[in-house]
Design a protein around this ligand. Structure first.
Ligand SMILES: Cc1cc2nc3c(=O)[nH]c(=O)nc-3n(C[C@H](O)[C@H](O)[C@H](O)COP(=O)(O)O)c2cc1C
Length: 410
């Protein structure tokens, strides 16, 4: 029987997701003081939990305050106060909504202006053409740093459960640290953490295994993985299938398939190797092939804004539909689709020549809506990309300065 997006989904660990629509992770950069969730982010998740999405996955939460994807990010470490995270989990789990915390380490994708630690499997800096100077060259991780990192992922996951989150998603996509280990373009190691795919995936497997062993069975453990890097010689669709099968042996409950990195922003519909993606549901072609052989449910995210497309994802054999930007512009999209199946959400469509600026403006315009909702205002689909980009740069500059002086090297 074919399912509709409004049917529940039972995961391997017994978790029942109320429907097949998930809010994909979107970094909010809305931390209150000291990298903690505050009133605004709680208000934002309260709004989403009222909008009918069955599963809310948080924007990435850092496992180490010395390495941040951006300023204003949230960090959960051993000594972080738990009360703000309890309030956040409470806000996002209303109306039976499930809320999972996405946990991440950026590796080399740290803006040079931020400072802090820039680690990677090897010392290969990002190639962003004329924007390359935005990023520093990373230091290859030592064995001790890799061991510490695994413990940090476990610690953040354990504390998220203590705060009341229903699951964890490990971010192994988009060119962040775990994805840097997976890709032969960024992992040139010759020890047990590099070389064969098995070795490059060892870090991911060890993190998943350690987390699975520590968390109670009713807590879902998911992984966000690239279906491909979309760079010549990178992690590809065959690699993704092998990794998904291995994650099945580790009892992973859901794999979300996305793609790309800062160098190749496929997750926004643009690839560096020139390969074309589906116009809507960018990674469906890959996800449906992987879903045929995957031992766990598969979700795919990217470019979905209409109900017929969301339904097509399920009809092609993929189990869950991940939605990011459309839920920033229409936080009640699932509820709206129930009464207006023809309703199409808005996605920014910026047509500038400089692809890096397009990616940054698209992020900025989306984050502006998150900030509006955090203040109890409705999103605005006619926000100007230029003004949003400038406002975002100014805001981030201010937050970066605070981070550099207070936290980066402590
Ligand atoms: C503002 C913004 C922040 C994002 N932050 C994250 C993140 O923290 N973790 C992640 O896995 N993906 C992140 N993404 C990517 C989304 O999860 C998603 O993969 C991408 O936006 C494509 O889906 P969409 O077309 O439905 O937006 C972000 C996207 C946006 C627009």
């Amino acid at each position: 029987m074919n399912h509709t997006v409004f049917n529940p989904l039972t995961l391997p660990n017994g978790t029942i997701l109320p429907n097949r629509l998930a809010k994909a992770a979107m970094e909010e950069n809305m931390a209150a003081t000291a990298h903690l969730p505050g009133e605004h982010i709680c208000q934002l998740y309260h709004t989403w939990a009222a909008g009918g999405t069955g599963l809310l996955i948080t924007g990435n939460v850092m496992v180490d305050h010395r390495a941040m994807t951006g300023p204003g990010g949230i960090v959960l470490e051993e000594n972080t106060p738990i009360a703000p995270f309890k309030a956040w989990a409470k806000a996002g789990t209303q109306n039976g909504t499930k809320m999972w915390m996405q946990i991440n380490h950026p590796g080399r994708q740290v803006y040079a202006a931020m400072g802090g630690q820039v680690l990677s499997p090897s010392d290969i800096a990002l190639d962003m053409g004329k924007h390359s100077q935005l990023f520093a060259t990373p230091s290859p991780m030592t064995e001790a740093e890799i061991r510490e990192l695994i413990q940090r992922f476990v610690c953040t996951a354990t504390r998220a459960v203590e705060a009341g989150f229903n699951g964890i998603q490990i971010h192994a996509a988009h060119g962040y640290l775990i994805s840097q280990f997976l890709s032969p373009l960024t992992n040139k190691r010759t020890d047990q953490w590099g070389g064969s795919l098995d070795n490059r995936a060892r870090l991911l497997y060890q993190i998943v295994d350690a987390i699975k062993q520590r968390l109670p069975k009713h807590i879902a453990v998911a992984v966000k993985l690239n279906s491909a890097d979309f760079q010549r010689g990178g992690f590809d669709a065959n690699d993704a299938l092998v990794v998904v099968k291995a994650l099945g042996h580790l009892n992973v409950d859901l794999v979300e398939l996305s793609g790309g990195s800062y160098e190749s922003p496929a997750m926004q519909g643009n690839t560096a190797d020139g390969r074309t993606l589906e116009r809507e549901a960018y990674f469906l072609k890959f996800a449906k092939e992987i879903a045929k052989q995957a031992p766990m449910p598969i979700m795919t995210t990217g470019g979905i804004m209409r109900l017929p497309v969301a339904q097509k994802v399920l009809d092609e054999g993929v189990d869950m539909v991940g939605i990011g930007r459309a839920l920033a512009f229409s936080p009640d999209l699932p509820n709206r689709w129930k009464t207006s199946p023809d309703f199409s959400a808005f996605l920014p469509n910026i047509k500038w020549k400089d692809k890096t600026l397009v990616a940054l403006a698209s992020l900025a315009i989306t984050k502006r809506q998150l900030q509006r909702m955090g203040k109890g205002k409705a999103p605005k689909s006619n926000s100007s990309p230029v003004i949003s980009l400038i406002a975002d740069r100014m805001r981030l500059k201010k937050l970066t300065k605070i981070y550099r002086t207070r936290y980066a090297h402590k």
